[in-house]
Write a new protein. Sequence first.
Length: 259
Amino acid sequence: MLLGIAAYIIVYPAFFIKVDPSRWYVVPKGIPPSQSFPFGTTLTGQNIADLVPIALRNSIIIGGTTALTSIAVAIVLSMLVVLVRKGVSAIMTFIDTMCTIPPLPVLIVLLYGWRDYITMPLIGLILSIFGWAWPSRALISILSSLRERTFIHTSYLSGLPTYLIMIKDFIPYILRYILIGFVNLSLWGIGMETTVAMFGAMRMDVPTIGTTLYWSMHFQAFILGLWWWYMIPTLFLIAFILSLYALGVKLDEYLTVGV
C-alpha cells in the first residue's frame, strides 16, 4: 500500500497533471466521481484526482521535516546531558518545561501570523519546536541506563573520545528507538498540520490534506452532499497513516530480532 501511495504522489503528478492543482475554477464545479473525473471535483473547480497527490505530498514533507528535525535535536540534547554532562540542570529544566506547554494553541498563533511567508519545510521546522521534547526525555532515560553498562566504562578507560563512544557504543542501541520515533513523529507532524489547517491557520493557497479539508468545510460540502471532497482525501490520509504505522511495526520486529 505504501508503495502504491508513493507512486501516486510522485509518478502521477510528473506525467499526468497538466494544470496546477492549486488553481481554482479550471474544471467544472461539484461534479461527482465519474469517468471524466474519477474522484470528482470541488466547488472551487479543482480536480480531486490531481489535488490529492499534491496535498498528500506536501503533508508528508511537513511530517518528514518535523520528524527529522525533532529527532536530531533530541539526540544532541540527550548526548549533552548523558555524555558531556554540562549544563544538565538547565537542559533538563528546559526539556521539562517544553513537555508541559500545550503545542496546539501556540502553533495556531505562530502559523497564522507567518502563514503568508512560510513554506512546507518551514512549517515542519515550526512544528518541530514542540516535537523534540518527549523524545529527548525518552532518549535521556535510555542513555542514562546504557552509561552504567560495563562496556561503556571499558570504552572510557580505553581512552576513546566521547564522539566515538557515542557512535560505536550508544547509537547501535538507540537506533531502533530513533527509527520508530521518526515514524511516530512523522505521523504527529501530519496530524498536527491537518488540525492547524482545519482552523484556517495555515497557508491556505498551498494544497495540503488539512487545507483541502478546510475548504470542504468552508463551502459546506457535508451539508451539500459533496462527500467525495472530504472523504477521498481523508481515506488517502488514513491509508498512508496505516501504511506508515505498519512500516514502523515491521521495523520494530526486524530490529528486535536478537535483542
